[in-house]
Ligand binder design. Structure first.
Ligand code: BES
Ligand code: ZN
Ligand code: ZN
Length: 499
C-alpha cells in the first residue's frame, strides 16, 4: 500500500473513492465542492436520513460533477473527545465500509477537527496506522479463490491543507514503520504453533538483528546456559515439551549515548496446553496466542533501528511450550528462580508467571534496568475484569504507570490501572516454599498473578501489562480481523520514541 500527501482540493482528486468525515450537522454546511454537487449531497443526505451521527455512512457518486468516482461520507457524531483513539476508530470504520466498494485508489480528506487538535504529523501517522491495520488480512493458508476475492487498496492519498503539508510529511515514515511492526507481530501470532516454536522465535530475533544495520544485536541463550544462570522456574515449565527452550536476548543501542535502559519482556509460551493441569479442549483452541507478548517485543525490535529512539532497549523472551508429558512439571513440585526464591507449583497452567519470574530476575540482576515493562497474556481473570479490548496495568511506580497510560492514549491502545495491594500477598503464602504459583480462592486472579511477578522485580520501576484480552480478537473488528492484534507494539513504540 502506497501513501501520498496532496494539498489538492478533495473535489479535484482523481480517485476511486474519496472519504470525507463529517461531524453531526456538518453536512448542512458542506464546503469544498461545487454548488451543484453540494445540493446533490444534501438531497441524498435528506433521503437517507444521514445526519453525520456516529456510525452513519452516505455514499454519493461523483456523477462527473467532481473528480472522485464516489464519495463516502462518514459520520463521526458530536465532536467532543477528539484524540488519537477517536481518529483511529473512525478511519478504520471508514476503511471497512470502503472495502465493500472495492476501490484500488482512495483519498482521505482530513477533517479540521482532527488536525486542529492533533498535530499534522500525528494525524497522518494515525491515518496510516488505521488504514494499514484495518486492511490487514492473514491469507497465507487460504486458497486462490479467497485471495483473489479481496481486492487490496493500492494507493492512499491523504489530503491536507497546504500549510500542514510539511508537518504531515514527517508522519509518513513513522506511520508506515509502526503499522509494519504491528503487522509483524500479528503474523507471528496468527501462524500455527507448530511453526512458531521457541527456535522459530529465536531465528526471527536473529533475522531482525541482521536487518537492523548494526543497531540491534541478539544473543540466544541455550538450555545449558539457562540452567547455569539459575533459571529453575523457566526450565521447570519447559521440561514437559520436546522442543528445547530458548532465552532470547535482544539489545538496541541508539547512535548517541543513551540516558536510560528500558527492558521490555514478552511472555513467550509458544503453546499453552496447561501442562499436567491440562486445559479443557475449548480453552486450548486459541492457546497459540500465548506468545503474543513475545510477538509484540519482536515487532517493536523490528522497528527500532528505523525509528531510532534515544534510549537503550533490551528485549527478553523466555520462550518455551507448556505441555503435559512424562517429564512435565507436577503439581507439588518446587522450583528455584534465578533470584533464589523457591516456588511451590500447585497449578502447572499458571506457567506464564514462572517463566516471567526468571526473565524479570534477569532484567533486574544482570541488566541493571532503569525500567522494566512486561507484556503477558497472563490471566483469564484480567479478561473477566476488563473485557477483551482493555489491558490491565499494574506496577510499583506511579510515575512510570502514568507515562505508560499516556503512551497508550497517544497510540490508540487501551489500558486500565489495577491495584497491587500488599495484604493480598497473604494469598500466595506456601506451606513449604517462599511462595506458591496460584492463590488460595478464586477472586482477584489478575492481581495475585501480578503480585507474584512483583516478587522478582526488586526495586526497579516496573509495569506489567496483562494483555490476555486485547492480544487476540475472537471476532472481526474494524481495526483487526479475528486473530492476533499486535497489541502493545504501538503503545511501547510511542513510549520509547517519546523518551
Ligand atoms: N495463558 C493463560 C491465560 C489466558 C487465558 C490468556 C485466556 C489468554 C486467554 C495462562 O497461562 C493461564 O492458563 N492462566 C490461568 C491461571 C490460573 C491457573 C491461576 C487462568 O487464567 O485460568
Ligand atoms: Zn496457562
Ligand atoms: Zn499461559
Amino acid at each position: 500500500m502506497k501513501f501520498l500527501l496532496k494539498p489538492t482540493e478533495p473535489s479535484k482528486l482523481s480517485t476511486d473513492l474519496l472519504i470525507q468525515f463529517v461531524s453531526e450537522g456538518e453536512i448542512r454546511k458542506l464546503k469544498g465542492f461545487s454548488q451543484e454537487f453540494i445540493s446533490i449531497v444534501k438531497d441524498a443526505a435528506q433521503r437517507e436520513i444521514f445526519e453525520g451521527k456516529e456510525g452513519q455512512f452516505l455514499i454519493v457518486s461523483g456523477l462527473g460533477k467532481i473528480e472522485p468516482y464516489k464519495v463516502l461520507f462518514v459520520g463521526t457524531g458530536k465532536i467532543e473527545n477528539v484524540d488519537y483513539y477517536n481518529l483511529n476508530k473512525f478511519v478504520s470504520l471508514a476503511i471497512k465500509k470502503a472495502q465493500s466498494l472495492k476501490p484500488v485508489k482512495i483519498s482521505i480528506s482530513v477533517a479540521d477537527f482532527w488536525i486542529n487538535k492533533l498535530s499534522a504529523r500525528e494525524t497522518v501517522k494515525g491515518i496510516i496506522e488505521a488504514v494499514s491495520l484495518s486492511a490487514y488480512k492473514f491469507l497465507k493458508f487460504k486458497g486462490e479463490e479467497e485471495k483473489s476475492k479481496s481486492r487490496p487498496i493500492e494507493e492512499v492519498v491523504i489530503h491536507l491543507p497546504p500549510n500542514k503539508l510539511a508537518g504531515g510529511e514527517s508522519g509518513l515514515a513513522p506511520g508506515k514503520i509502526t503499522a509494519d511492526a504491528v503487522i509483524f507481530a500479528r503474523d507471528l501470532v496468527n501462524e500455527p504453533p507448530e511453526l512458531t516454536s521457541p527456535e522459530f522465535l529465536a531465528n526471527t530475533a536473529l533475522l531482525i538483528a541482521k536487518k537492523s544495520k548494526g543497531s540491534v544485536s541478539v544473543k540466544i541463550i541455550e538450555k545449558g546456559e539457562i540452567a547455569k544462570l539459575g533459571m529453575g522456574s523457566f526450565l521447570g515449565v519447559a521440561e514437559g515439551s520436546d522442543k528445547p527452550p530458548k532465552f532470547i536476548h535482544l539489545s538496541y543501542k541508539p547512535s548517541a549515548v543513551a540516558k536510560k535502559k528500558v527492558v521490555i519482556i514478552g511472555k513467550g509460551i509458544t503453546f499453552d496446553a496447561g501442562g499436567l493441569s491440562l486445559k479443557p479442549a475449548e480453552f486450548m483452541e486459541t492457546m497459540k496466542l500465548d506468545m503474543s507478548g513475545a510477538a509484540a517485543v519482536l515487532g517493536i525490535f523490528s522497528a527500532l533501528s528505523a525509528l531510532g529512539p534515544k534510549v537503550e532497549v533490551v528485549g527478553l523472551i523466555a520462550a518455551c511450550e507448556n505441555m503435559p508429558s512424562g517429564r512435565a512439571l507436577k503439581p507439588g513440585d518446587i522450583l528455584r528462580a534465578m533470584n533464589g526464591k523457591t516456588i511451590e507449583v500447585l497449578n502447572t497452567d499458571a506457567e506464564g508467571r514462572l517463566t516471567l519470574a526468571d526473565a524479570i530476575s534477569f532484567a533486574n540482576m544482570k541488566e541493571k534496568a532503569d525500567e522494566i515493562i512486561d507484556l503477558a497474556t497472563l490471566t483469564g481473570a484480567c479478561m473477566v475484569a476488563l473485557g477483551q479490548e482493555i489491558a490491565g496495568a499494574f506496577g510499583n511506580d506511579d510515575k512510570l504507570l502514568s507515562k505508560i497510560e499516556d503512551a497508550a492514549r497517544s497510540a490508540a491502545e487501551r489500558v486500565w490501572r489495577l491495584p497491587l495491594p500488599d495484604d493480598y500477598k497473604e494469598l500466595l503464602k506456601s506451606h513449604i516454599a517462599d511462595i506458591k504459583n496460584v492463590q488460595a480462592g478464586r477472586y482477584g486472579g489478575a492481581i495475585t498473578a501480578s503480585l507474584f511477578l512483583s516478587e522478582f522485580v526488586g526495586k526497579t520501576p516496573w509495569v506489567h501489562l496483562d494483555i490476555a484480552g486485547p492480544a487476540y480478537e475472537e471476532k472481526d473488528t474494524p481495526i483487526a480481523p479475528y486473530g492476533g492484534t499486535g497489541f502493545g507494539v504501538r503503545l511501547l513504540l510511542s513510549y520509547l520514541t517519546g523518551l
